[in-house]
Design a protein around this ligand. Sequence first.
Ligand code: FRU
Length: 734
Amino acid sequence: MLRKTTADLIRDCRRGVASIAIACPIFGFAMPTYAADDLVIADFESKTYEPWTVTGDAFGPGPAEGTLPGQMSVDGYAGKRLVNSFFEGDRTTGTLTSPAFSIERDYIGFLIGGGKDTQKLALQLLVGGEVVRSATGPNDQAGGSERLDQDSWDVKDLKGKQAQIRIVDQATGGWGHLNVDQIVQTDTRPVGPIRNAKRNFVADATYLNFPIKNGADKREVTLLVDGKVAVVNTMELADEGADWWAPMDVSEWQGKTLTVQVDKLPESSRALESIELMDERKQSDNLYAEPMRGQIHFSPIRGWNNDPNGMVYYKGEYHLFFQHNPYGWGWGNMHWGHAVSRDMVHWTELRDELLPDEMGPMFSGSAVVDWNNTSGFGKDGEPPMVLFYTAAGNPTIQGLAYSTDGRNFTKYEGNPIVGEVTPGNRDPKVIWHEPSKRWVMVLYVEWKGKHTVHFYTSPNLRDWELASITDGDAPGGRYLFECPDFFELAVDGDPNNKKWVLTAADSVYAIGSFDGKKFTPEFERLPGHQGRGFYAAQTFSDVPESDGRRIQIGWWQTDTRGMPFNQSMTIPLELNLISTDDGPRMTFAPVHELETLREVTHDLGAFELTEKDANPIDQIRNQLLEVEVEFEPGDAEQIVFNIRDVMVVYDPQSERLHVDNHSAAAPLRDGKQRLRIYCDRTGVEVFASDGLCYVPLPFNTKPENQRVHFEVRGGSIDVKSMKVHELRSAWKGH
Ligand code: FRU
């Protein structure tokens, strides 16, 4: 097999992580229909290759019944069997040669798929022992498809000649095999896919709108600007009848000639002709009001998001970049999407900023403001914002890009700034370390088979030196996987007692000290969030010192099937360390800016609630809610909230909180429990025990169910205060 790139590995794992439907093999192309007088040279439907001559072992004992062991699913062949030279994998080689026949029709049609290598993987037409026509498969990269497609040779000039067909597999590496079937002489040119179909546009509007059909065959779509490749994406293009339209912002190429080139399209496809260049994002009249759009959480206008990236406060705006597939409902084509906000609650999405390039797709990373212009990327006294990303090609490297206006970014011509350490190294987080006056980069690296974090230092953001590696063998150390973040937090708000916190993608964290080069953990592998569908969180860099908060946003794995967008971000979370009997622990709290979303407040004050009492919040109806409640549990067995069908149950005996079927430790604090519950169309986020317990839980609410319920089972509780806020959409005004 070809070495898998980081992008392939992530794609594989993403299929599991977010339970995204994998495109089922479907027959996108019409199977060949032949006329009565067509001459079948071979349909490979029998158990042996008789009367063909076989050499080597690539072709096995006879035509294969479809997919062979260890192979991706093969489709597009005719009947039950085909020639599949993946017999015992890619390493086998051989030839398969037909008896002689006479060329009597205008065309020879065939189905072909598998590896691409014009020399070593070929279907050949021989005349007088010479190769006069040759075809190969389509794949030379990891990934790809085992599908066979129709192809043909025009052989009018060879009519009457004696010929043979030879199938050659001399390739042994990745994609070292060929799939062939249904070789036929015919007078009607067989209809196959059109290769490298093109359409030109003059860029006189903002968006190229591409028709997308979820689950359709993946096409490689190249955008050329004045004949030069600008970006290559994979799209599930709709041959007709789009599920949704994916806009590509082409404003930076105004006046130029744009060529859209698609690697392969059925002849009948209307995909290319239906692409529309216009100033609007097609079919976006109800933008942000779509039925499953989270209303108090950020989600991309179109396409998929995963990790938050490059979170930084710069010139009065919070910048949120994010892993974005602008052209698919699932993961892929990693771009950095870009949104800005003045309060982290109301976001404006801008154009995608980092596009995949020849170094690979743009994976996760971070951002800083280089106040002293140590990098020299500043201009006219303006400190630059600098982005650090992983380019997940082969090799997988770390690069940077910079900007002095927060709108236009330039990739550094000196990239990579850190070369590949081991395949799959990724997710650079950069911070300024004041005591050593150095920049520090923490990078996830699989090292000697263990998950580690490599620490680098730099005086200028361009030149980096390895300073230390976390101990992959330390208890828990090896589990710090992907997307590290690294920051200092004061314990109990005491500026003289600060600790360093190293977090990983799954929100597990370590607390310790840092000398500018090496992190020494005191507490390892502490659990972060206790819900589900929360991943790859990052914190904002350069929040003004006068504010001093450490604010995190995570990828919230909300599944919005049927919508032209998918996934979202959590609400912004303020992180702190507080002392507990077990030592300092991290707390999560909703940022105060979210209070601006409160539209109607039901203040229930203080009261006693017994098991006999009626639901005190029975009159409230809303999809968007915030519940704040503080109570002493008294002799109650269970305190139960039903928020639009999600059960939030506190059990004071075990001091555990159950959200849906999730259970989390939620200790009483001074004999009290304080809960904060945020409810959106896409799920709930519950905070308990002064933030020691944070349970994010994505789920799809039913729009018609807007009821909330509060009751006590077995006893009574003393409610100290309770408020239920009906919230307004954060997208209002868009
Ligand atoms: C985490 C992650 C990162 C990687 C990115 C790719 O979700 O796997 O490690 O950079 O996603 O999209």
